[in-house]
Design a protein around this ligand. Structure first.
Ligand code: MLT
Ligand code: ZN
Length: 472
């Protein structure tokens, strides 16, 4: 990046001329400069909050002219430091939260167009208001923003049925590095006119362009659901049960979440109101949910599927949620696990995926390694087992000195990621690369893939101002 020196006073004057009150005072910005996990603390040149796409374009033109790096930020809920500026004091932090309008809801076309700064919950509610479903669902849905979900190709709790954010998107509008606007907001299901630039921008973590709005796919609203918490002896039973449930319920199976005993214990202990709904203590727990847009009896379907001889041979205990309140309680247990881990002490986190056939072997290998190498820690490997995506975390045991515990971070990461690579898995299944995994991507991605990514980056952002230091 070729930087033209520019004084702080001139930065302030020129940005104020473009945005007026959209240049934030330093008193307002402290929480925005630290990432969600507290891994990075940035020192920005300035923090700006444009109120329109035209203002975003003006900021990018200005930054491009001066060779200044731009770091886009949505709800700042990411796990990889992708939305935090570096410590140089030379990067501009660009907040998207001022662009927060639902531009259009077209129930008949099953589509909705939202600006990047809308929260995910706002998008879900706009869909629900016209009897439709926007199925992306994450623990942070009340604070994460749809622009960030697109930038990171967020996954979450319903990927098994609906796919990741890329699969839920029809088109995007984005501002390019030089301030030009890419007008890709079409709401078509079929459009084979050349390269798929929308797909390219989704998941690019602000390193190619700033997504300012998205046209999203909607589905019919949910009319029936059934939710069960299941206790299991081991992980192979979970994977076999997945196949049985998919055969019995077909695409009605929307979630299939796995938790070890350690996760259930942590959540029950550290998060108010959370309790284990099963009567016995089991080594593994599954939360699975069926949903349908037809008014059918899914409880009955789930009871039949779980009651079959094949399923009974795998299940130690099962509880079906009776009513919305109990369903919410089951989900609260699952969604409390990350917060419980934070409260319990240090947590060494990984976000991996492997083929379903390798899930049990992967967990077993990590479990044995952790038992041997990290006696002051415990494996809390939970997540979206139906997608082969696990949050393979190790929590410190009570009373352990957290600084000392951190010495396990590098060897554990190497073991986990080498094991994943040997199983043809991914070192980042749904959280992205950000700043945290730049070196890991270099280490594990095939050289041709990396070379192509660099060529794409060079083509879209020749002066390297788009979220510098992230992804590549
Ligand atoms: C989850 O599935 O709970 C999240 O992706 C968060 C995590 O990694 O802990
Ligand atoms: Zn997750």
């Amino acid at each position: 990046m070729s930087a033209t020196p520019i004084s702080a006073a001139r930065v302030e004057t020129e940005l104020r001329a473009l945005l007026g009150k959209g240049v934030l005072d330093s008193g307002q910005t402290a929480p925005l400069l630290v990432d969600q996990r507290g891994l990075y603390r940035g020192r920005p040149l300035a923090v700006v909050q444009p109120a329109s796409v035209a203002e975003v374009a003006a900021v990018l033109r200005w930054a491009h002219g001066h060779g200044i790096g731009v770091v886009p930020q949505g709800g700042n809920t990411g796990y990889c430091g992708g939305a935090t500026p570096d410590e140089s004091g030379r990067q501009l932090l660009l907040l998207l939260r001022g662009l927060n309008r639902i531009r259009e809801v077209d129930a008949e076309n099953f589509s909705l167009t939202a600006e990047a700064g809308c929260t995910l919950a706002q998008v879900q509610q706009a869909a629900a208001a016209v009897g439709r479903l926007f199925p992306l669902s994450l623990g942070s849905e009340h604070s994460c923003q749809i622009g960030g979900n697109l930038a990171t190709n967020a996954g979450g709790l319903n990927v098994l049925r609906y796919g990741m954010t890329r699969d839920l998107t029809l088109g995007v509008e984005a501002v390019l590095a030089d301030g030009r606007i890419y007008e890709g907001l079409n709401t078509l299901r079929k459009d084979n006119t050349g390269y798929d630039l929308t797909s390219l921008l989704i998941g690019s973590e602000g390193t190619l362009a700033v997504i300012t709005a998205a046209a999203l796919k909607l589905w019919p609203a949910t009319a029936a659901s059934a939710t069960a918490m299941i206790g299991l002896r081991d992980v192979p039973s979970a994977i076999q049960l997945l196949a049985l449930l998919q055969a019995a319920a077909s695409s009605r199976l929307t979630s299939f979440e796995l938790m070890p005993r350690t996760a259930v214990d942590l959540a029950s202990r550290y998060v108010d109101g959370v309790r284990d709904p099963l009567t016995l203590a089991h080594p593994w727990y599954l939360l699975c949910e069926l949903r349908s847009s037809a008014a059918e009896s899914l409880d009955e379907m789930l009871i039949q599927a779980l009651g079959s001889d094949a399923a009974q041979a795998l299940i130690a205990e099962a509880a079906l949620a009776v009513g919305e309140r109990q369903r919410a309680d089951f989900w609260r247990l699952r969604e409390s696990v990350p917060a419980a881990q934070r409260r319990a002490g240090a947590s060494l986190k990984h976000d991996i995926s492997v083929p379903l056939t390798a899930v049990a072997g992967f967990i077993d290998a990590v479990d044995r390694w952790v038992a041997q190498e990290i006696p002051d820690g415990m494996l809390v490997c939970y997540g979206h087992a139906g997608d082969g995506n696990l949050h393979c975390n190790v929590s410190s045991r009570p009373g352990v000195d957290l600084q000392t515990f951190r010495r396990h971070e590098e060897p554990l990461k190497r073991f986990v990621h080498d094991t994943v690579a040997s199983l043809h898995g991914s070192i980042s299944a749904e959280h992205g690369i950000g700043r945290l995994k730049v070196d890991e991507l270099q280490r594990y991605a095939p050289p041709v893939e990396l070379a192509l990514m660099r060529r794409i980056k060079q083509a879209l952002d020749p002066s390297g101002i788009m979220n510098p230091g992230k992804v590549l």
